[in-house]
Design a binder for this molecule. Structure first.
Ligand SMILES: NC(=O)c1ccc[n+]([C@@H]2O[C@H](COP(=O)([O-])OP(=O)(O)OC[C@H]3O[C@@H](n4cnc5c(N)ncnc54)[C@H](O)[C@@H]3O)[C@@H](O)[C@H]2O)c1
Ligand SMILES: [Zn+2]
Length: 423
């Protein structure tokens, strides 16, 4: 009672009144009774602009895309982080960046090069190094951090940027197929911890995403092709027409023919972005995670293989597994499942890894622990997306373990026949 009285007086003395509180602030209902309880709910509307650009040669003098984006935000300073393998593949990049900025009203604080790959998410050393650079270069919340690299590098630098000063503007330049067709346009960033994928992280909409197709030219062909798996995934859960287009172009995509390849990356990125912007749950407060089809097994397999298996490869396995499981549970028609598996085969996606068969001391497959970890990461009730048809996802809330075991065995036998195993 005492603390309530002083709280009311304090606000009264300061002359503070609030439209929502109004006169109820002093009404008997608000102040009387043995158990003081007063509740005020505020809806806080927030709108973010998600700027997604496709281009080639973003730092060419005549390319206005980046300059326009930076001018739109009004910031006056930028600090650039480049993944080492990208800096090595594009030796003139630092110079090109410096020259590009010399024509802008935005000062370039520096270009910093760090190692990327999954290892940069293994601990917080890159995150801390990025914080230090942001501090040393006096980058504030109106300045920009540009990050150029693969999905893992974007994740680690993105997480550091989203926590420095509680969030500095981030412009992402994804440089792998997977990061261009999926993670770059995402609104999450994270590093790994406690032996689990993406355990420490944050949600936040980047200031802009610039998908520069030129960077994809230096990625090795196998990984670049594997990165198309996220396009297959988003087509399967969101867009039957896109899946059919992939099906028709599967061979051309496997051969990395430039025109269909870039179209595939673009359509996938836009489908992901559209889902995030219009799906009603950008920051994943609910339990449904349609963009994570095939990911419960994928994330576990990555951790089980100590990240030797890439995210793309792991997703291909998880996606094939959940396709077979969807069919075995009667959700997905036999013919549709066969079409999906055929596309994976034609596109050269690996769909098995020996770690799928590893068992724990109780004889249970280790990969199955991924189900519980998936639930725990998301919170609430177990919700995993399966397929009811091509382009049609459906949430399920429990697994039939014997059927799941059969599905893994079938995946194994398929690989012995004609599909690919990694590891
Ligand atoms: N935040 C999200 O929403 C989200 C979504 C999907 C995936 N991810 C994360 O993304 C990561 C996977 O990303 P990835 O597939 O890009 O792998 P990656 O970042 O590990 O890159 C793969 C390899 O390619 C190299 N590389 C990158 N760009 C290159 C280029 N242009 N030329 C030559 N080499 C290049 C890297 O150094 C690395 O060795 C995973 O950690 C995954 O969890 C995050
Ligand atoms: Zn993924």
């Amino acid at each position: 009672m005492k603390s309530r009285a002083s709280f009311v007086n304090c606000n009264r003395k300061n002359g503070w009144r609030d439209g929502v509180l109004g006169d109820s602030w002093f009404s008997p209902a608000a102040t009387g009774g043995d158990h003081f309880m007063e509740r005020h709910d505020f809806d806080i509307p927030l709108t973010f602009r998600h700027r997604v650009i496709f281009t080639r040669g973003a730092f060419d003098a005549g390319n206005l895309a980046l300059g326009e984006i930076l001018a739109e935000g009004g910031g006056r300073k930028a600090l650039v982080f480049v993944e080492k393998s990208v800096a090595e593949a594009w030796e003139a990049l630092s110079e090109e960046i410096s020259e590009y900025f010399s024509g802008l009203d935005v000062a370039l604080a520096g270009v910093r090069v760090f190692e990327g790959g999954e290892a940069c998410k293994a601990d917080d050393s890159l995150v801390k190094a990025v914080w230090e650079e942001i501090d040393t270069c006096h980058i504030d919340r109106h300045s920009y951090v540009l990050v150029i690299g693969g999905g893992a590098f974007l994740d680690a630098v993105g997480f550091a940027t989203s926590t420095a000063h509680r969030g500095v503007r981030l412009v992402r330049f994804p440089t792998t197929t997977l990061s261009q067709d999926d993670s770059g346009v995402g609104v999450k960033s994270a590093i790994n911890a406690f032996g689990k994928k993406n355990w420490v992280g944050s949600f936040g909409v980047p200031f802009a995403v610039i998908n520069d197709f030129r960077f994809l030219e230096s990625q090795d062909t196998e990984s670049s092709r594997a990165g198309l798996i996220e396009a297959v995934k988003v087509a399967l859960v969101k867009d039957r027409g896109f899946f059919e287009w992939i099906e028709e172009n599967a061979e051309a995509l496997a051969n990395m023919e430039r025109v269909p390849f870039e179209e595939c990356v673009k359509r996938s990125a836009l489908l992901h972005a559209r889902h995030i912007a219009l799906g009603g749950d950008a920051f994943e407060a609910g339990s449904s995670r349609p963009l994570d089809f095939g990911h419960w097994a994928a994330h576990k397999l990555e951790a089980l293989t100590d990240y030797e298996l890439s995210h793309a490869e792991a997703v291909a396995i998880g996606l094939a597994l959940d396709t077979i499981y969807s069919r075995k549970t009667g959700l997905l028609a036999e013919a549709e499942a066969a079409r999906i598996l055929k596309v994976l085969r034609v596109m050269g996606m690996a769909t098995h890894h020996p770690e799928m068969d590893a068992v724990d001391e109780n004889g249970e497959r280790k990969v199955l622990a991924g189900i519980d970890e998936f639930r725990e990461h998301l919170g609430g009730r177990l919700t995993v997306l399966m397929l009811a048809g091509i382009g049609e996802g459906v949430d399920v809330h429990e697994f039939d373990k014997p059927l799941l075991d059969e599905s893994i065995a079938e995946l194994m036998s398929l690989c012995e026949l004609s599909m690919k195993t990694v590891g």
